[in-house]
Each structure stands twice: as structure tokens, then as C-alpha cells.
Design a protein around this ligand. Structure first.
Ligand code: ZN
Length: 163
């Protein structure tokens, strides 16, 4: 098993840059990213580009916003009174929170700014609207275990990793 296909677990090193060439994220300092292919664990444009590739291959993938973190919704900003949020949460800019919308559904939001009175949240992923430039090296490809398939995600070397 050395070809990326549905239900394989792929380990890869990656560097992600924006249009200006700034590094947004990289696995270089740590272990490779591991994910279960074909289950929507990574952005769709990157997952599609990796299908059929082999262990040891290097590739460059440019992912437009619609195949990445989606377009940026200018109406995605919301001001929330500080006292409507729990005291203990971290309100540093960029922190991801999970809130319930009117229908009770949980959704991620990101802190933009916070004052003692008001917290401005953004419903957009921080990389929404960005074209993503990935440099990828496929480190390993293996068949998923039964547990991994049942859970729909890969389990890291320590057992139950959340990749
Ligand atoms: Zn699991």
C-alpha cells in the first residue's frame, strides 16, 4: 500500500504559504501530519490533489478559496457583549471558540478583538478567502485500521490522535 486512495492513512510534511509567500503553517518542526484520506479531514483541494500520489512524492498544490477554507463572508463579524461569554475563555485574537447558533448547532468562531465590554467574533475561518500554496512531501501511506475507519479519522502513534 503506497498509493494515496480512499481509506488510506497518509503522513505528510507540508508548508503552507499565502499569495505573498508568507509561511502560514508548517509541519517541519514536528511530526508529519497524518490524516485518513477520502473523509474530508483536510481542505478539499489538497485532498483531491493527493489522490493517486505515492509515498515519497513531493508536490506543490495551489488551492483556491472555494476548495480551501471558503470565501470570506463580509457579514461574518459579530459583536457580542463580554458578559454573554463565559469568564474563563481565552479572548486573545485568533483564538477559536465554539458557539451554539440559534438552532442549537455548534459552529467554530474566531476572536478578532476583545475589550472589557465587547468581543468581536468572526464566523470566517482565519484562512477564508485565501489562496493556499502547499508544498507537500508524502512521508508514508498505509491502510487504515478498522478502528480508524469506524471513527472516520486516523489514530496517531499514541493511539487516539485527532488528525
Ligand atoms: Zn478515533
Amino acid at each position: 500500500m503506497s498509493t494515496v486512495a480512499k481509506d488510506t492513512v497518509v503522513s505528510l510534511h507540508y508548508t503552507l504559504r499565502d499569495d505573498k509567500g508568507r509561511i502560514l503553517d508548517s509541519s517541519a518542526e514536528g511530526p508529519p501530519l497524518e490524516y485518513l484520506h477520502g473523509h474530508g479531514s483536510i481542505v478539499p483541494g489538497l485532498e483531491r490533489a493527493l489522490g493517486g500520489k505515492k509515498k515519497g512524492e513531493k508536490l506543490q498544490v495551489v488551492v483556491p478559496p472555494e476548495d480551501g477554507y471558503g470565501p470570506r463572508d463580509p457579514a461574518g463579524r459579530q459583536d457580542v457583549p463580554r458578559d454573554e461569554l463565559p469568564d474563563e475563555i481565552d479572548l486573545r485574537p485568533g483564538t477559536q471558540l465554539v458557539v451554539e447558533d440559534e438552532t442549537g448547532e455548534e459552529r467554530p468562531v474566531w476572536v478578532l478583538t476583545a475589550t472589557p465590554d465587547t468581543v468581536t467574533l468572526d464566523l470566517n475561518h482565519p484562512l477564508a478567502g485565501e489562496r493556499l500554496h502547499f508544498d507537500v512531501e508524502i512521508v508514508d501511506v498505509r491502510a487504515a485500521t478498522e478502528d480508524e475507519l469506524a471513527h472516520g479519522h486516523s489514530h496517531g502513534p499514541d493511539g487516539h490522535g485527532e488528525a
